[in-house]
Design a protein around this ligand. Structure first.
Ligand code: AMP
Length: 567
């Protein structure tokens, strides 16, 4: 397909804010999309491969600036100047390439989607010497062949910010409309297929057949990450019992990070809940699973927690958070910050998917196949009870053991990948902590000049990908890298490449970096777009394992405020 057709679609989608209109436009496009153009589904979602694939575009603003400069014949300074004025490198590319094309009278583009995908896919493959130069050539080649509007979307694709207001759910609804007349059941089945496969092109191909029964072919595949099932929150145990029924399973809610374990053909792979492969980071986990879990093939859901190697006391998540991203000196850090794996669910065992099986059966199986080995790998601490007193006691014990609280689980329900379900509930003390995303910052002065030193926090709005500001934070961050927790250096390294606009000392940041924040209170505030402000916020840790869709939503904030009032 000509890339101009896709650019036209992007324009049409970006020109309306109405979700139903977007679905109408996209469903028409999908209806006529041929099978051989299936990879366009990845582009629509801002990707080049299925979501589970680790090869991402990962291009910096700086490289894009160079490419625009080369392709348009302007100096990099001119590009930066325009960027400061317009605030969107895509628009800068459109403007500067337009000027060039008009002067060369070369307005027609023959760029195809295949060529764009081909060049984009080469980017993550490059390694070693001359990588930057080679990447620059690949990007410049695309921009030179592009019309202005195509250049706009190529740049936005490179930077992972299409700005057309399309989410996975819009794609799902458009598939349902295009091939199943928007039938409600079909939309649910398509979502299930997306959650199981994390491959939109695959789901498109099956949808195109127009037969619901075809979706049976999408099963779990060991080795390919699937989205984790997420929990809802309740205020206390009584409320939990009401929601999940009696008796129910109650487990420790471990204060660690989620680790989803796959074993197939004697090979182990470990994924975070963001579907990132972290096998290399945790060689000891691989050893424990090989040694202490019986089975040819399986998918286990678990929480890894840290402990102090001397005292054997369990430590909070922030003490081990650095292990998730650390890719060097693994042997040393594994000695310093050891982990224990607590397995709490099983989705697949020896060739058979278990996700439709009741939780009771799944949890029993875990206890059969794991050789309990404390400080290495164990099944999660659990009681099955209908007794409030026993539950309260267990909750107290969990807190005493330095864990976050408890999870209450219905015994007869299925595992639902990717869903925040009402049959798995968390109960924890109202510690007043939230996961939020950084969407802006301010450069510091004096000792901190040149450093981003105060950060704007945002929660999720009513729609996915709408971010609403809820406060500004500069505390909790360490001056030195060696201190435990997040350091200014670390945050600056992560945030500077994500700057999308600068105005004086203020910068806007692409929402990507998630932090756990504690606070004292939430107050009404006209200063932030959410209408609320956190009082005395403090960053406690980075959450590189969490997905953007998991940050606190406005709805949750408003619920917290109600809770504040009633306390
Ligand atoms: P939250 O991160 O506050 O939304 O809480 C949900 C998370 O708790 C899950 O994503 C898991 O990573 C973690 N967790 C800890 N212990 C358990 C458990 N026993 N069962 C399920 N999830 C658990």
């Amino acid at each position: 397909m000509l890339y101009s057709k896709l650019a036209e679609l992007y324009e049409n989608l970006g020109n309306t804010t109405k979700r139903l209109e977007k679905i109408e436009i996209l469903s028409k496009f999908l209806e006529y999309l041929s099978e051989k153009d299936k990879d366009i589904l990845y582009l629509l979602n801002g990707e080049i491969y299925p979501t589970y694939d680790e090869r991402k575009i990962g291009i910096s603003n700086q490289l894009v600036i160079k490419a625009i400069s080369k392709a348009s014949g302007n100096s990099p300074d001119k590009v930066v100047q325009e960027w400061k004025k317009i605030g969107d490198l895509g628009k800068v590319a459109e403007k500067l390439i337009n000027t060039k094309k008009q002067s060369t009278l070369f307005l027609k583009s023959h760029l195809t989607t295949d060529k764009v995908i081909e060049n984009l896919r080469k980017l993550p493959e490059l390694e070693g010497e001359g990588t930057i130069e080679k990447k620059l050539i690949l990007i410049t080649e695309l921009l030179i062949s592009a019309s202005p509007i195509e250049a706009l979307y190529i740049v936005r694709t490179l930077l992972g910010d299409l700005r057309i207001g399309i989410q996975e759910s819009t794609i799902r609804e458009s598939l349902a409309k295009a091939f199943f007349n928007s039938d409600k059941e079909s939309s649910k089945i398509i979502q299930e297929a997306i959650d199981h496969s994390n491959d939109l092109a695959k789901v498109f191909l099956i949808s195109k057949k127009g037969k619901i029964s075809e979706f049976d072919k999408i099963g779990l595949e060991v080795g390919k990450p699937i989205k984790a099932m997420l929990a809802q929150k309740v205020k206390n145990i009584e409320e939990g019992f009401k929601a999940v029924g009696k008796p129910c399973a109650i487990e420790y809610k471990y204060d660690g990070f989620r680790l989803i374990i796959h074993k197939k053909d004697s090979k182990i792979k470990l994924f975070t809940r963001k579907l990132e492969n972290v096998t290399k980071q945790f060689p000891e986990a691989v050893e424990y699973i090989q040694k202490y879990v019986r089975g040819e093939s399986f998918i286990l859901d678990s929480e890894a927690i840290g402990y102090n190697k001397k005292t054997k006391e369990y430590t909070p998540f922030q003490a081990i958070s650095q292990r998730i991203r650390r890719k060097y000196n693994i042997e040393k850090i594994r000695e310093e910050l050891p982990i224990e794996i607590n397995v709490f669910d099983i989705l697949y065992y020896n060739g058979k998917s278990l996700i439709k099986e009741p939780f009771e059966k799944r949890t029993q199986l875990i206890r059969k196949i794991i050789k309990e080995t404390p400080y290495k790998i164990v099944s999660s601490k659990q009681i099955i009870t209908d007794d409030l007193n026993k539950a309260e006691e267990f909750y107290k014990k969990a807190l005493k053991d330095n864990q976050e609280g408890i999870m209450m689980k219905n015994l007869s329900t299925a595992y639902q990948p990717g869903n925040r379900v009402g049959h798995m509930l968390k109960v924890k003390p109202s510690e007043k902590d939230l996961d939020l995303v950084i969407t802006g910052a301010e450069y510091g002065t004096g000792k901190r000049s040149g450093w981003l030193s105060s950060f704007i926090l945002s929660c999720m709005g009513k729609e996915e990908q709408e971010f609403l500001e809820i406060g500004r934070v500069g505390t909790g961050i360490k001056e030195k890298d060696e201190q435990e927790g997040v350091s200014f250096n670390e945050l600056n390294d992560l945030l500077k490449p994500l700057i999308i606009k600068e105005q004086g000392k203020d910068v806007k940041i692409k929402p990507k970096i998630i932090v756990a924040v504690t606070y004292q209170e939430i107050q009404e505030s006209p200063n932030y777009s959410s209408g609320w402000a956190l009082r005395f916020p403090r960053i406690t840790s980075l959450r590189p394992d969490k997905h953007l869709s998991e940050i606190a939503s406005l709805q949750e904030i408003e619920k917290e405020v109600k809770g504040q009032k009633s306390n």
